[in-house]
Ligand binder design. Sequence first.
Ligand SMILES: [Mn+2]
Length: 476
Amino acid sequence: MESAVDTEDPGKGAMRHIIICQEQALAVWGRLQLSDDGPVLFLVDARSLQRKLSRAGYHALSGDLWDERIYQRAHISANDDVLIQVHDPQLAEHIVRLLWRQPRHPAIAVITENGFHPTFPPPVKHISVRQLVSKAAQVELRRAHNHLRVQQLQATLADIEKLLILVQHDPDPDAIASALALRTILGRNKTTAPIGSFGQVTRPENVAMITLLEIDIEHLTRDKLDQYDGIALVDVQPPYFKDIALPRVDAVIDHHPQVASYPARYRDIRTSFGATSTIFVQYLQAIGAKITQRLATALYYGIKTDTLFLGRETTEADVEAFTYLYPLANHSLIRRMERPKLPLRDLDAFGYALRARTIIDAIFFTHLGLVEREDVLPQFAEFCLQVENIEWSVVSGIFGGNLIVSVRNSGHVKSAGEMVRHAFGHLGSAGGHRSMAKAVIPLAVLEQQFGRLSDAQLGQFIQEQVMQSLGVPTAV
Ligand SMILES: [Mn+2]
């Protein structure tokens, strides 16, 4: 009678690691942790090697590795995993064939010499020595490089008594997390290295982040700068502050492209990274710094938001940093940051925005007129994208003497950044990423070109510009 395939749980203590090898070199593998549990059994050809392994405290059997009997003596079963490293490729293939004769195979990996391309059944995996070594070498060289950078950074900032860590005007999680990480790397606290901004945190998610993680951000003015002995910029570069005329900048660590030249004593700009936080994770790893839960949570949230959950402009470095932080971060705090409360006073604006909508060809438009806070625009734009069959949402309003247009899309269409540049770039600043973008147009510029426009006319104007940019016919 044919028995049904029953899968025993291999984690029930019965599992062994079996290592089939011809050299003592592999004895090292037994000492390496192949897994958290399970005894190790060596199958070797030379008696002398068996004795050495036994003296070192390992279980070992010796015999002819071409002969099936040694595997029968070892009682290899589907509960075991088997690692094979032998010199002769034909012997490796022969051992796999012998083990494969059993109705239920063990898990098998073969370490192959360079240039050897064996043909094994697909469930048998192989690792080339070259692959192993080059991957490990790559990781360590990267660490060495980052460690040197950290030493340069520390040396540059060492004699600064009170260091200002300066972030953007409306700092986002990536900037805030990077500032915290810099402070950790320098071994400083909020007195010797305060975080400062000329603006303030406004987006509800970001307010939730600094509240939940108890992060102080000082509100700066130009004349307060005299209180500091040095300045480090994270997630931003000096040209951003051109209206403020910063004094000497000591350090800049950022992932945005450098748009103009400027002096800085230390500079690390990595434009391929999705977040500045990723640079700091590499710094912290390189020096073996302890990452507290608070710092891990901040950095994780920084990478997650800056890369839209690894969905845009992400590199392998971001994914690695994100994976590294995952077990260290506090996920219930992150959930609370991601679902910030909608302030009651915004509820009416929200209701108005929904009533005032125009939907044309899967594009959701709404113009809110004067708004009290700029961040309601992206917040509504995110929400409106959730409407059935909608591919674009375009939410606009007037704030601080500017017409602001916030754009989101479903990601499978034309780039949002390109769309706003084409539609509004000639009137003000416009840009963004694949699925989110923003345009800021001074009302004075619009007035000069078109005369004074009512809210209804502004809404109409935005619709026309967007549809033209997307190539949608505008005739009603
Ligand atoms: Mn960033």
